[in-house]
Ligand binder design. Sequence first.
Ligand SMILES: Cc1cc2nc3c(=O)[nH]c(=O)nc-3n(C[C@H](O)[C@H](O)[C@H](O)COP(=O)(O)OP(=O)(O)OC[C@H]3O[C@@H](n4cnc5c(N)ncnc54)[C@H](O)[C@@H]3O)c2cc1C
Length: 443
Amino acid sequence: MLAIQLAHLRQPLNGTVHVVEPRPVLGPGLAYLDRRPEHLLNVRAPNISAFPDQPNHFVDWLHATGRPVCENNFCPRQTYGRYLQDLTASILAGPAANGLRVEWHQQAAVGVEASSQQKATVRLADGTEIQSDMVVLALGNYPPPLVARNGLSHPGFHNNPWAEGALRNIELDDEVLLIGSGLTAVDVVLGLRADGHRGLITAVSRNKWWPVSHQWYDAPYPSFYEAKLRGLHTVGEVVAAVRQQVRQAAEQDIPWRAVFDSMRPHLGVIWAAWPLVEQARFIRHLASLWSVLRHRSPPQNDAALHELMATGQLQMRSGRVRGIEPAGDMLRVEIERQGTSTYLTPQHVINCTGPLLDYTRIPDPLVVQLRSAGHLQPDPLRLGILTDEHGALLNAVGEASPLFFTLGPSRRPAYFESTAVPELRQQAVALAQELGCRWAASQ
Ligand SMILES: Cc1cc2nc3c(=O)[nH]c(=O)nc-3n(C[C@H](O)[C@H](O)[C@H](O)COP(=O)(O)OP(=O)(O)OC[C@H]3O[C@@H](n4cnc5c(N)ncnc54)[C@H](O)[C@@H]3O)c2cc1C
């Protein structure tokens, strides 16, 4: 999206954007290079255009390419992937109107060095070196952190449900245990259901919550940020103000979802107004509830889950998975709840705990090198990378790099909500403008 935004800048940009991406197609990335049509976007089609100033762009593309109307406006993620692929193809095809060329290197970047204050050299897996004036880390979501070293070599243990070919060895009658009950677990359940799975599926989660469902409401709720939230510096104050607003709205039959959605443009500033200790408090006590309420699931997903729960094929257990041991063809899973352990022995265990974003633990050689050279600082709450307001990486003494930038989920320390397309497309616009200005200044 950043490359697309750079190609759409009005100013002349006589240069090249090198996009380094090893996947077989460019654009969709992990989330949208999805082969399963039952995996849906959790954002409605009119809200997920690549261009914030052209909200109908994705919907127009759906019509122009003759795609069927999506149920409740939630399209398959693979459809969105095709949209991104089409947009990317248009910028790869030739110089943009502003003169920018885009070149794709279909391999991994394995190292990067700052050769001076003005240039970095990026090394690719085949040894190619690219000299660049600015390097943007758009690294996205890394596979979930390892939950069980012991189970690792067992064919029934799936630490990364997004890996190519993962979950293919699950037989229809196998018993399956999911660690987590968030959006990844929902995807896995929907995939199993579409395959005609008959075996028991148990989701183990600390809170026993599935993501709540999206529901249509008529009118947007008016923003109350300026009147009630600006200037609040503690989680407690914000929670109290939001609760009061939800109560007031309920008295007028306005759903809480509308109140929450009205805060969306301000979530970044609310988060940034909290000192670190308050941010840590939020993560400890509220982040999992927030994620359930904020990152909602399409209503048809919710209906499918309830149908499976009603038949007893899908169950939820509260607790934490403490250990996983191979036990012949099965896996022995220890689940701890309030100091007591119980054990289940499914054929398959799937880690649905979500992406790893702790940059102290990310093993990608590129990240390791940037970290050890001091160019990349993980944040103290282990949410992503420390940056300035433009996305420039901060070094150990807090100086912003003139060379290295980032956008996407890595910017969670700045905004907390830095995951979904509506936020990320905005980051792409802002960073493109910033890089465009620096580019112009350096000519
Ligand atoms: C399964 C899943 C479903 C999601 N569904 C939704 C949704 O429905 N709606 C929504 O709004 N958001 C959704 N998201 C959120 C998602 O974070 C964003 O929508 C968006 O896809 C993030 O894009 P990105 O380009 O930052 O990251 P990615 O799409 O993950 O792209 C990062 C790319 O960097 C590449 N890369 C990493 N390291 C290197 C290296 N060293 N060298 C070269 N390339 C490298 C990877 O191959 C990868 O393709 C979903 C996320 C996931 C994981």
